[in-house]
Design a binder for this molecule. Sequence first.
Ligand code: ADP
Ligand code: MG
Length: 560
Amino acid sequence: KEERIVVLETENAVLHLKLAEYQGLAGRSTNEVLQLYAAHGQQMKFQNSVVTQLHGAIKKRLKQDLKSLHSFALELSKDFQRQSKTCLYQVLAAVQGTQLQNEAMQMFQIKAFDLEQSLQEVTERYEKEKQKRKALHNSLIELRGNIRVHCRIRPLLPFDDAAGHSPDRQRNFSEKVAHAADDETVVVKCSRPGHASVNKTFQFERVYNDLESQDAVFADVAPLLTSLLDGYNVCIMAYGQTGSGKTYTMLGPQLEGNLAFSIEEESELGIIPRATQEVFRLISEKPPGSYWVEVSVVEVYNNEIFDLLAKDSCGKVFGIKRDVVTTREGKSDVPLLTHETVENASEFLHLVNKGLQLRVTHPTLVHAHSSRSHLVVTLTITTVVFGDNFGTLWEDEQTSQRLNKEASFTFPQKMRDSKSTSSSRASSPVQLEATEKMKQVKTRLQLVDLAGSECVGMSGVTGAALRETSFINRSLSALADVLGAIAEQRAHVPYRNSKLTHLLQDSVGGDAKLLVMLCISPGQKYLTESMQSLGFGTRARQVQRGQVKKKSFPVPSKGK
Ligand code: ADP
Ligand code: MG
């Protein structure tokens, strides 16, 4: 036990020591803690003061910023107000402007409507006036006569001096025996040896003296072309002996079978080129595309028709014989005849020139002089009329009815044309479809340079020349017979007695307009021929006057 106590006391002492040691340590820690606490307190104090300082500064700064922001916002809103005000003004002004414009627009609309209405009225009135104009023009032409005769006396020319074959060598052949007394009267001084000379006068619708120009002649022809576009067929033919100026009057001065048509020669151009120019001029005044023009050129020689525009397989032009037939509708038609579409007068002249050259050179047409055949240049004008518009184009009832009838049967012809390759106007399927809604009317202008009407005696003439002469005589007699039958208003007009009259059937008689241009050589040498031509003209002129007495029509004498 004592030992045990000693051990325990020792242990107790150690523990005391340890306690003391720990107590010392604890004292130090407490100090340190206290120190730290104090330091902490100081730091806190410091921090607090910094925070307060910062807070103050931030507060102050914020206050400033807020103030400036506020003023800025104020400024901004003021600015915005100002701007929106001006915008508002602008919008208001714009709205007012629009209102004004609307009003103006309405006014304009009303005005446009009024104008449209008056335009429609004017158009209607114009259409009516146009119809009236057509009707008046036609009555004017009819008053002048559907068949009228003009007479042109050419100047004396150097070749008139040649004595010729007359046995009477005492005569002064170049003496001028025919002259124009005024613009309706021809006076011919007829003298026979041993008799006193007598003056014979002839009256025509118009007489041109030897000084009158091609211009003057055409001026009287032009109104007929208006009739042409109004739907009437027109024929203009030159009648007279060889050398009397037929070709000069119809075509113009010719240079080796070639139509001279340079600019300088323009004033010399004859009726055919001028008429074509006029036709194209008249067409240019119409709505585009409603008219087109086709040309054919034929020669009637020895009662046979030659197509002067026919082409061989190589495209070279050569004359082909054609025939003339009467269609079921009673019109004359030349099957397979070449029709070339032309767009203007120069294309036309080019074609006619080709035909004329052929007239001179073609081997089957061997005739010494072009005056031994009839030249017929035909312009076919096709008018396209849409739907029911037909009546308005020709308000004049008769014409309208007549053309309406014709239109319906010319229609299949067009369908055939549009499919044929020979037609120069190719049609697309669309066009074909369109054609079903339109009608077509064809009118014809036939321009004829007749063969010389001289009274060639048949005695002593043989072979080809005899044949030629007899054919010319027969065809001119047939022409005279046709005019005679029309004059006497016979039911039957013998158009088919010769190819010439058959070919001209549609443009001679009925309401077609015919102008016969008598060509007269003024010299004594041609007295007989001139008298014969004047007789023919006088007789033809009576056709429309109804003054025809039953006497035979003067024709070229068939020999002595
Ligand atoms: P046809 O055709 O009737 O046989 P042409 O027209 O060939 O006659 O005329 C014969 C000649 O007379 C030609 O040289 C032509 O130039 C000329 N001639 C005809 N008429 C006139 C005229 N009015 N003015 C001038 N020369 C003309
Ligand atoms: Mg001639």
